[in-house]
Design a protein around this ligand. Structure first.
Ligand code: XIL
Length: 376
């Protein structure tokens, strides 16, 4: 009996050694993203509450990610569609999933000009409310939302996209700015700090790696601090192109420039768009084709380009590992990416790390490799 058992063990072990090494390396031996960078930075994704009904997606999130951001469900329009009438159902579902699975929740966002109800800062005719009324609305919103998730979010994007893209303008001309004035940002940070003193407070924007917008963002950090506000991190959204923009040098410079202001940096909404944004000078047919060139899979050469780009970006993050305290991908798998509808509606896009069958793409491997080298 014993001899048979030994023989069996040798045989099984032998098969395991020869035939199964590849399997062991890629399936069971390899670290997931969160394992690769455990304790060094946070790696997250973004979801809408109904995504969590998909068990395969829930499993992917639990296996790979340490944080989740609500892609839409915590925005002002979602949680307070009408004055004083709050709806936390969808947001709660995400918060509960995080609590149940030991995932850290990121709050997005308390103040934004988009996806926000008009009543906060304007009357029915679109005229700015009186400053004191607008401030009371701002405070009531932040008290209710940040108060509800007190102790449950690790931090809030307190204000989103408040900086102007125009060369001669500092702050974006928004309803909040028109009703309250430029100090609406400082007031929002103060109200948020009061509503959830333990939450980190972030300012989040797009293209703020670009020099001009970065300078405005640094001005904002300084003004907020001078006004007595705590600013823990700057969010660089990172809706980037596979080719052309931004250069890794620009990203590196931005991270270092923000770090010099004494704040952490988070890449808060990362995706890398491999599709053309527009084709100029082509016939309409060609243009339409170019607009949606990969309606099924991304071809292997493009997969490799995407992987290379992701790898280069994560190399910059990893080398600034003591500053970059979170990287959040804007979505999970390609089928659920907002890039399928932005900036062009109805395309098949491929800008994330998992394909539509939930399988990791070459870009995933490139990212994991850099996460394993994270410098801290
Ligand atoms: C996007 C969501 O992904 C979409 O589902 C929604 O239709 C529009 O908003 N900057 C942000 C995010 O701060 O909230 C945006 O999310 C993407 C750009």
């Amino acid at each position: 009996m014993l001899k048979v058992a030994v023989l069996l063990a040798v045989l099984v072990g032998g098969f395991g050694m020869s035939g199964m090494v590849g399997y062991a390396e890629t399936q069971t031996g390899a670290k997931t993203l969160k394992e690769a960078v455990a304790g060094k930075t946070l790696i997250g994704g973004a979801v809408m509450s109904n995504h969590l009904d998909d068990p395969k997606l829930a499993a992917l999130i639990k296996r790979e990610l340490t944080t989740l951001t609500g892609e839409n469900d915590f925005k002002p329009q979602s949680v307070q569609p009408e004055k004083g009438k709050f709806n936390f159902e969808a947001a709660d579902k995400i918060a509960d999933f995080c609590d149940q699975n030991g995932i850290k929740l990121v709050g997005h966002t308390l103040v934004w000009h988009s996806q926000a109800p008009r009543f906060l800062f304007e009357d029915d005719a679109g005229k700015p409310l009186a400053r004191d009324v607008a401030l009371a609305n701002l405070k009531a919103h932040i008290d209710a939302v940040a108060g509800r998730y007190k102790g449950r979010v690790i931090g809030w994007d307190v204000v989103n996209e408040a900086i102007s893209d125009s060369p001669n303008e500092y702050l974006r001309n928004t309803p909040a700015l028109r009703a309250i004035g430029p100090d609406y940002l400082a007031m929002a940070f103060k109200y948020a700090a009061q509503a959830d003193p333990g939450a980190e407070l972030y300012y989040n924007d797009y293209s703020n790696e670009n020099k001009e917008k970065r300078d405005k963002c640094i001005r904002l950090i300084r003004e907020l601090k001078a006004a007595g506000c705590r600013v823990d991190a700057i969010g660089i959204q990172g809706h980037w192109m596979m080719e052309g923009w931004p250069s890794t040098q620009l990203v590196d410079e931005a991270i270092k420039a923000y770090a010099a202001e004494g704040v952490k940096v988070m890449i808060t909404e990362l995706d890398v768009d491999p599709l053309p944004r527009q084709t100029q000078g082509a016939a309409v047919d060609a243009r339409e084709q170019a607009a949606n060139p990969y309606p099924k899979d991304l071809p292997p050469d493009m997969q490799e380009k995407l992987a290379k780009r992701y790898g280069e970006l994560f190399e910059v993050f990893a080398k600034n590992g003591n500053v970059v305290s979170r990287i959040t991908l804007w979505g999970t798998h390609d089928g659920m990416s907002w890039l399928n509808n932005w900036p062009v509606r109805g395309r098949t896009n491929h800008g994330l790390l998992w394909d539509r069958a939930y399988n990791p793409k070459p870009a995933y491997e490139a990212v994991r490799k850099q996460l394993e080298r994270w410098e801290k």
